[in-house]
Design a protein around this ligand. Structure first.
Ligand SMILES: [Zn+2]
Length: 441
């Protein structure tokens, strides 16, 4: 990872020279080196602007004179070989494979949009050199960590992840599959699309346009002598039924589902037509997750967060007050949070925040570009379907009631996990409350 200010300087030079080849070379290299997922090139009345989505949030990179906007966009259209440079009234798409100045292979999914100020170009970057990180670096800590390993090493059952698009839920599943991917088990996955190719996994691309659906894939999987099956997403009753059947016949089934929380997943599954006894007979674990930005390690500093974010700090204290002492102790010890950090936060309201300024020079931080954040960490909520929870389900308790009982018993939800990560210095209260809601005790 290089100095952001250097990449920016090269980009500025290219713009001054109106060298469109150099602009794109430097722009893409900078994007990949900064870990950007998307690059936006946007025209306005008097200037154009480049922004990048880094760690999930858009950041302005540079503004440049409006008069070169047309040639920048035209250059990209020609290079892509898939867009018509003379057509400026209609949106256009292109998929391009290219190599950065730092020699990284990337795929670009680009599209243009005619706006009232000219054409806007958005490029989604898929960095092919990026590997799925191992489970242990994803930020799954404390009780959640224990539950994860317990549930993915069971011989059968269902493990689901849920969360909005871009929350990293499929990355978590891949990391779990890689962990249990040994020579003595047959793992088959059904995906749309196959994003990461892993050795030892039998990965199949579903094609609903020709009738090859997730449900059909599951049916085929059961004839392929499987141990472990991963289905990209459960979004209909048929896939859900097949998944439950596979789990009941001795297989471990992984999948994702669209919901906001672990409890909401139960509601979703019941609304899809599953009987509560079927859920209690098959489910091991539901994980909800978000991706939070981590404090920049170059510019983070001790800050009185009680004064800086009084509302968030009050929420955090309420959450801790709502937990049993032994559950708190289990988390603090399990996560290796040091005692001094703990007492500073709880007693003095002191936490850690990225300032965005270089601590030596006071200039814009060269590592995070001024945002105060660099890199990401998962925020997790794990609901284990142990005997007690299964009983409540079959007794007909609602998802909301079950969630409340689970929290009283020490379940770590998104907010609780986030607060422990803040106390450990990994991220900020502001970031946690951007991603999670405060739960009244
Ligand atoms: Zn920084």
């Amino acid at each position: 990872m290089g100095d952001i200010n250097n990449y920016k300087k090269n980009l500025e030079d290219a713009i001054v020279q109106t060298d469109t080849v150099k602009i794109f070379d430097n722009l893409l290299t900078m994007g990949v080196e900064m870990g950007a997922s998307d690059i936006h090139i946007e025209p306005f009345e008097n200037f154009s602007r480049i922004r990048m989505r880094i760690d999930g949030v858009l950041q302005e990179i540079i503004q440049y004179p409006k008069n070169i906007q047309d040639s920048v966009i035209a250059k990209f259209k020609i290079e892509s070989g898939q867009m018509r440079p003379d057509e400026k009234r209609l949106p256009q798409d292109a998929r391009v494979s290219t190599v950065t100045l730092t020699n990284k292979e990337i795929d670009l999914r680009a599209n243009t949009l005619p706006t009232v100020r000219g054409e806007k170009l958005v490029m989604r970057i898929v960095d092919k050199s990026k590997k799925v990180p191992p489970l242990e670096v994803m930020g799954i800590e404390g009780l959640n960590n224990e539950l994860l390993y317990k549930s993915i090493t069971m011989p059968n059952g269902i493990v689901l992840t849920t969360g909005p698009t871009g929350s990293g839920k499929s990355t978590t599943l891949y990391a779990a599959l890689n962990y249990i991917n040994t020579v003595d088990v047959n793992i088959t996955t059904y995906e749309d699309p196959v994003e990461n190719k892993s050795d030892g996994l039998n990965q199949s691309q579903v094609r609903s346009d020709i009738g090859y659906t997730f449900a059909q894939g599951l049916r085929a999987a059961l004839r392929q002598d499987p141990d472990i099956i991963m289905v990209g997403e459960i979004r209909d009753e048929e896939t859900l039924e097949m998944g439950m059947e596979a789990a009941m016949t001795g297989h471990l089934v992984f999948s994702t589902i669209h919901a906001n929380s672990a409890a909401e997943t139960i509601t979703r599954i019941i609304n899809m037509g599953a009987q509560p006894y079927m859920i209690s007979g098959t489910f091991n674990l539901v994980m909800a997750q978000r991706l939070g930005r981590t404090n920049c390690s170059h510019c983070f500093q001790e800050v009185n967060v009680k004064e800086k974010f009084p509302e968030y700090y009050k929420n955090a204290k309420e959450v801790l007050a709502g937990m049993q002492k032994d559950h708190i102790k289990r988390e603090v010890v399990g996560r290796g949070i040091d005692q001094e950090k703990w007492s500073k936060f709880v007693n003095e309201g002191v936490g850690y925040v990225g300032t965005g300024k270089d601590p030596e020079t006071g200039d814009v931080c060269p590592q995070c570009g001024g945002s105060g954040y660099k890199g990401r960490i998962g925020i997790y909520e794990f609901m284990e379907f142990d005997e007690e929870i299964k009983n409540y389900l079959t007794q007909g308790k609602t998802a909301f009631e079950i969630e409340k009982i689970a929290l009283d018993r020490g379940m770590i939800n998104l907010e609780r996990d986030g607060i422990f990560k803040v106390i450990g210095g990994k991220t900020s209260l502001e970031e946690i409350y951007r991603l999670t809601k405060h739960r009244e005790n």
